[in-house]
Design a protein around this ligand. Structure first.
Ligand code: RIB
Length: 304
């Protein structure tokens, strides 16, 4: 089994479906009810690795509260290695407030809480397990990302970074050489000033990214259009979008897992597009992430 270490965030998501985004000063009624669903970019990816057939090690931090207990229960049920999860005494579990519109698009606000408490000791112990890749997003602290990247690089472990959420101040130049760097459309624009709307703008954006990040592969996630990887567009699968939450997290985790099998980035991108298409056709974060057999059948049913 391919072993992937995710050093990243864990949140409880508070989700409401909304007929529209309220304007300043406006109150609107959302009749669709509300849900608490385990989420967090890192947790979604760690769950995806486990469900897609990888060995998933997760290094994060949650509070000593009911949400922290619920998240840990989920990770243990998924077979994720939770030995590197720190329980913070002085911060609550991260919380994300998510509005989902009728077209499946979401708007997310995150209170990081315990996500800022990941310890260097836990990272060191997890790196000693010699994972085949270190996977991270930017939803923890800058110090955590840079420390884990440096440790993995010194240990010769390939590093994959999903650039969400993009902070324009993040010092990308300080990262060691990466295996894969994968921003979505918004993150690409924040880091480069270029909106990746077609192949030409994707190419220009990657050139700009290369001035700041050293990586073997650059993969821009393009939502329903698929992704742009190493100079080519890999198209997505057509599905009806119900909720895009966790699609990017699942995409990059699936990309990483498949890439590590035989280093074929295009085959891996196709698999990742399929996994993400399944995610957008269901509601919620961890609740929408497919198992490997579902992705394999989806690809077989949608072969063109
Ligand atoms: O990418 C989706 C995730 O972003 C949500 O699950 C939420 O917790 C935020 O971290």
């Amino acid at each position: 089994m391919i072993k992937i270490l995710t050093v990243s965030s864990a949140n409880m998501d508070f989700v409401m479906d909304t007929p529209k985004i309220p304007a300043a000063g406006e109150s609107i009624i959302c009749n669709g009810g509300y849900r608490y669903i385990p989420g967090g970019k890192g947790a979604n990816s760690a769950v995806a690795v486990a469900r897609l057939g990888g060995e998933s090690l997760f290094c994060t931090s949650v509070g000593r509260d009911a949400n922290g207990n619920a998240l840990l229960d989920l990770y243990n049920n998924e077979g994720i290695d939770t030995r590197f999860i720190y329980r913070a005494n002085d911060a609550p579990t991260g919380l994300a407030a998510i509005m989902v519109e009728g077209n499946g698009q979401n708007r997310i606000m995150v209170f990081p809480g315990a996500n800022r408490k990941i310890t260097t000791e836990a990272i060191d112990l997890a790196i000693e397990e010699k994972p085949e890749a270190l996977f991270m997003q930017l939803e923890t602290s800058v110090e955590t990302v840079l420390y884990a990247a440096k440790s993995a690089s010194e240990a010769g472990i390939p590093i994959v970074i999903d650039a969400g959420p993009a902070d324009p101040e993040f010092p990308l130049e300080q990262l060691p050489e990466l295996e894969i760097f994968s921003p979505n459309e918004t993150e690409t624009e924040i880091f480069t000033g270029i909106a990746p709307t077609d192949e030409k703008s994707c190419e220009l954006a990657v050139e700009k990214l290369k001035e700041r990040v050293k990586a073997k592969h650059f993969c821009i996630k393009l939502g329903g259009k698929g992704c742009y990887v190493d100079g080519k567009t890999v198209p997505s699968f057509k599905v009806e979008a119900v909720d895009t939450t966790a699609a990017g997290d699942t995409f990059t985790a699936a990309l990483t897992l498949e890439y590590l099998r035989d280093r074929d980035i295009f085959k891996a991108a196709r698999f990742a597009c399929a996994a993400a298409a399944i995610v957008v056709s269901k509601r919620g974060a961890s609740s929408s992430i497919p198992h490997r057999a579902q992705v394999d059948s989806f690809i077989a049913e949608n072969r063109s």
